[in-house]
Design a protein around this ligand. Structure first.
Ligand code: ADP
Length: 307
């Protein structure tokens, strides 16, 4: 096999209480990439469609992740990467992660899978470091492994894939403003009170337990963020109203997707997710703010080869 085409899914990181540790993989939103072997050694980004992103290998997250991988495996050929972006950079649904994870997944397939999907996370994290200054795994882990993932530790890397209930759906609305991850990080405080920390780890435990036992009520009660959301939500137009509207329309919970500005809601069943999408859309229509909306089942497979 010399060429491969892959689907690189969008992801929701943090999920309210799980800042920097939890993430989930979406099914209906994502990029595509074509990767091919080339006789010239090294990595070249040969095409980017749908976004204005750097073509230089060292400035594109796909290139950086691929180079990190090639440091660990000998090849006497190189790779060309074409990126077809659907996920806007700075949307908060893992645009950079889709490219970082996609590049290493595709090359791994063309090399006959020397690495497991979990091992690929480490290389993809190098792409995330370029995008945000921080080698976080909460988007690349669900992109590569699918489903819900918990990054228990990044050093050493310890990622747990968590079973997700079959009827769980996500609705994500993306107001068309760009919020840089670095700006969204700069509003955070470096310390938290013990009371907030106790509430937060109670909710993380509750969310994980709810996912394993398919207890939708418990999932809903646990989707609460005491620490990050109050600081970040002010950067997102209409956040409080969108969240309340989602809850009023049957969402189990709602919060900031990744570092924003996208806002997610989780619900039981597709009908509920679509009702929430309609209600969220109406808010941004009323505000005259352009937006994109996604309704998706949880994608248990992660990145995949497209025929
Ligand atoms: P998101 O939260 O949606 O992943 P980020 O703000 O984390 O968005 O990442 C986007 C940043 O990464 C932008 O500065 C963008 O220019 C840079 N970048 C570099 N290469 C890529 C790529 N292939 N796909 C997306 N973003 C990229």
């Amino acid at each position: 096999m010399n060429t491969i085409k892959i689907f690189c899914p969008a992801t929701i990181a943090n999920l309210s209480c799980g800042f920097d540790v939890l993430g989930l993989c979406l099914e209906t939103a994502g990029d595509e990439m074509i990767i091919r072997k080339s006789s010239e050694k090294g990595i070249r980004i040969t095409k980017i469609i749908g976004a204005d992103l750097p073509m230089e290998t060292e400035k594109n997250v796909a290139g950086v992740a691929a180079l990190a991988m090639l440091e660990k495996v000998e090849t006497d050929f190189g790779f060309e990467i074409e990126i077809y972006k659907n996920i806007k950079a700075g949307s908060g649904i893992g645009s950079s992660a889709a490219s970082s994870a996609g590049a290493v997944f595709g090359i791994n397939e063309l090399l006959g899978r020397p690495f497991t999907r979990k091992e690929l996370v480490l290389f993809a994290m190098q792409g995330e470091k370029l995008a945000s200054g921080n080698a976080h795994a909460d988007n690349v882990a669900p992109a590569l492994l699918g489903g819900f993932t918990l990054v228990r530790s990044t050093n050493p890397l310890d990622i747990i894939k968590i079973k997700s209930p079959s009827e769980l759906y996500a609705t994500v609305v993306h107001p068309q403003i760009e919020l840089r991850t670095s700006d969204a990080r700069s509003v955070l405080k470096q310390t938290v009170s013990l009371t907030s920390a106790i509430t937060q780890w109670g909710n993380v435990g509750g969310l994980i337990a709810g996912l394993y036992t398919e207890d939708y009520e418990l999932i809903g009660r646990s989707l609460h963020d005491e620490i990050i959301e109050p600081l970040r939500s002010v950067l997102i137009p209409g956040f409080d109203l969108i969240k309340q509207t989602a809850l009023d329309n049957g969402a189990l919970g709602s919060g900031i997707s990744g570092s924003g500005p996208s806002i997610f809601a989780l619900s039981k069943g597709k009908k509920a997710a679509e009702k929430i999408a309609k209600a969220m859309s109406q808010i941004y229509k009323n505000m005259d703010l352009p937006y994109e909306i996604h309704v998706s089942k949880i994608n248990d497979e992660g990145i995949k080869v497209v025929i």
